[in-house]
Design a protein around this ligand. Sequence first.
Ligand code: NAD
Length: 254
Amino acid sequence: GSIKLEGKVAIVTGAGSGIGRSSSIKLAKAGYKVSVVDFNSVTGEETLSLIKEEGGEGIFIQADVSRNEHVLNYVQTTMEQYGRIDAFVNNAGILQKFSLLENIEESEYERIINVNVRGVFLGLKHVLKIMAEQGFGSVINTASTAGLRAEHSMSVYTASKHAVIGLTKAAALEYVRKGVRVNAICPGGVDTTLTQAVPTMMQNNGYTPEEFPNMRMGRFADPAEIAEIVLMLASGQSSYMTGSIIAVDGGLTL
Ligand code: NAD
């Protein structure tokens, strides 16, 4: 059986679906009490039920990660409920509508940057303060292979994920002597609701398959294959890792 981490606490954003849901369940099974954070209260509550079905413990907190007062609320609620934050999975993110850069509306730019950059920044801002006071903590930011190189017709998403990597490195540098580690994962294609729209968006935009990343393994990742690495980065197994940008992409960026 797995080692139980009595008393440990994790916050997972975007926990109602995909990578966030899978990470929440895996952390709960490993003994973390989990604050399940999502904009969508239906899917968020579902994740909490799945945690409880596995004998785990947690709470659901509804939040839009792009709004400062919502972020403060999920952090404060977690502290009131559990008194500490061991792991923070700063994961909520959205995919842009595929389009050449010249055709992207400013409103689409704002939509993506608000969630993928502002949301990650605000989470870091409020959680790092607490982790520094505690003298411990591990942050896992969900970037993307689009944080490592450009993805065709996804310029704003690409920029947002490069920003997540920048924030990861900067935070890792500033908090390295405070007992806090900050790392990022870069998934390639993962089988989630986020990628379900991709084939249709490709067809609608008339792009050829060569313009899009291959699945070198011939399949998307299962969210659990990403969650496994999230758990490793949350735990002491990765005690000498900070500022690391980890591709979990089935060889996509080779
Ligand atoms: P998903 O759509 O299955 O899950 C994302 C969750 O985030 C949803 O439950 C959604 O309600 C929530 N969310 C969206 N905006 C929010 C907001 N403003 N506030 C709070 N919650 C919000 O997607 P996923 O594939 O699990 O994506 C998770 C992360 O992984 C994202 O940051 C995404 O960019 C990244 N990622 C995904 C892939 C992939 O192929 N699926 C690849 C690389 C990176």
